[in-house]
Design a protein around this ligand. Structure first.
Ligand code: MN
Ligand code: MN
Length: 454
């Protein structure tokens, strides 16, 4: 028994070196050159390949019921797609805002994930308000290992948190070492801009971006970080999309001890012109915050490389075009927001980032494995290739080439937002706690292998 990955180049957030990786059971035991496999061990020859820690996606909606539509995703499909893309741990958001309380949200997400997940998963708990019941429940989850909560400044009345409650949540978090994650967009400006556009007959998907301009995001970042500075909480800005919001965050760096910023692969790869495609096709790329301009993309790549952006996720939340995105055919505000990406994230980031010269392979590991593990309390188990870590590994073929297409994707959605994009680099072998889940680029795992990790 056991698994030896031999002759590859191990890449971590801090360097790269040729080494063999010996995994016994669920953990990595040795990382060194010239290791010998005991009889009965499986040996994977990895010469010419890169060996990455299993990638972690800090922002995934594996299951997300919305008001009148549910994302076309469940734990079985999402975690299988994640593994095929080289991601061995996803972080989902337990709670849609519709559940009676945190215990119900936890129970619903447990029922969704257990027995279905193929890769490991962790949860951020979604909070829409704060009161004594939530305080008691949160204290219990903190003792069970919860490290993060998520709040929305946008989406009134369903999700948006009041300023009063925001102060209470941040104060609670500061006292309990919780990270507060926030969707930063102004909840009142968006509907006002939407109504103005609709009243002027601007009903198509190309107007989605105009209803949520970068200033609306920058205001949310400013308010969230102002409150964070006043309370001393550790904070994490989710899905930062614009240069304007980034420079707002920069103004708070000397005022906040723990500020982390996340961006998404779609903001790096896609721009607003996609939403302008004719015949309502633009709806395929309606998501929030919206896709921005090429100048925003350049700012995000630079910040990802220089350390001002800490993590790279997906906000994976796929929908079909027919029947789901088309719900907003006469009114862009009714288009379900979101796209998939768990399968494509690493190949896109490797291609545009590492091959494209914008990001080192080490920095890619930092933003897509190490930092999510460190920020959310999994470091030592996840995100690294070193003795004692879970044997979550990716053997990456840097020369593999393919073209992304809905006809070959793992998900069963009726389109792929990256259709026709040529990528270089692919995960050939992927393990979760020593079990081979992807071999030769094919899924060979078992649903139910995945565990909740807190
Ligand atoms: Mn969001
Ligand atoms: Mn999200």
């Amino acid at each position: 028994m056991g698994l030896l990955i031999r002759g590859g180049e191990v890449v971590t957030g801090s360097g790269r070196h040729r080494a063999d990786v010996w995994c016994a059971g669920e953990t990595i035991e040795q990382v060194a050159p010239g290791l010998e496999a005991p009889p009965g061990a499986e040996v994977i020859e990895a010469a010419g390949k890169l060996v990455f820690p299993g990638f972690i996606d800090p922002h995934v909606h594996a299951y997300l019921p919305l008001k009148n539509v549910t994302a076309k995703s469940d734990y079985a499909a999402c975690t299988r797609a994640a593994l095929l893309g080289g991601t061995t741990c996803i972080m989902d958001f337990a709670g849609s805002g519709a559940e009676a309380d945190l215990d119900e949200a936890w129970a619903v997400w447990t029922a969704q994930a257990e027995g279905k997940a193929s890769c490991d998963y962790s949860w951020h708990l979604t909070l829409t308000h704060f009161d004594e019941t939530i305080r008691r429940q949160l204290e219990e989850y903190v003792t069970r290992g919860l490290r993060s909560v998520k709040i929305y400044l946008a989406y009134k009345p369903a999700l948006a948190m009041s300023d009063d409650d925001l102060v209470a949540v941040l104060s609670f978090a500061a006292a309990h070492d919780l990270v507060v994650m926030a969707h930063c967009e102004n909840a009142d400006l968006i509907p006002a801009l939407q109504q103005k556009l609709l009243a002027a007959g601007r009903t198509g998907p190309e107007w989605h971006g105009a209803s949520r301009p970068p200033l609306v995001e920058a205001e949310g970042v400013c308010r969230f970080l102002t409150f964070a500075a006043a309370t001393g909480a550790k904070v994490y800005v989710v899905h930062l999309s614009s240069a304007e919001a980034l420079s707002m965050a920069d103004r708070f760096r000397d005022k906040l001890e723990h500020l982390w910023i996340e961006t998404m692969i779609h903001y790096l790869m896609l721009d607003a012109s996609y939403t302008e495609r004719a015949d309502f096709e633009g709806a395929k790329w309606v998501l929030s915050p919206p896709l921005r301009d090429t100048t925003d993309q350049a700012a995000l790549w630079a910040a990802l490389a220089d350390g001002r952006i800490d993590t790279l996720g997906t906000d994976h939340c796929p929908f079909d075009f027919d029947g789901q995105k088309t719900m907003g055919r006469d009114d862009f505000t009714q288009i379900p927001n979101g796209i998939g990406g768990v399968e494509e994230r690493m190949a896109l980031a490797y291609t545009a980032g590492v091959v494209g010269g914008r990001l080192s392979a080490e920095r890619l590991v930092a933003v897509a494995a190490e930092n999510p593990a460190k920020i959310f309390g999994l470091w030592g188990r996840k995100g690294g290739v070193a003795p004692g870590f879970d044997a979550d590994l990716v053997v990456w073929n840097p020369e593999a080439r393919r073209t992304i297409s809905a006809t070959t994707q793992a998900l069963d959605t009726d389109y792929n937002p990256y259709e026709g994009v040529a990528v270089q680099g692919a995960p050939e072998l992927v393990t979760v706690r020593g079990q081979i889940m992807v071999r030769g680029g094919q899924f060979v795992g078992t649903p139910g292998t995945g565990r909740l990790v807190l």
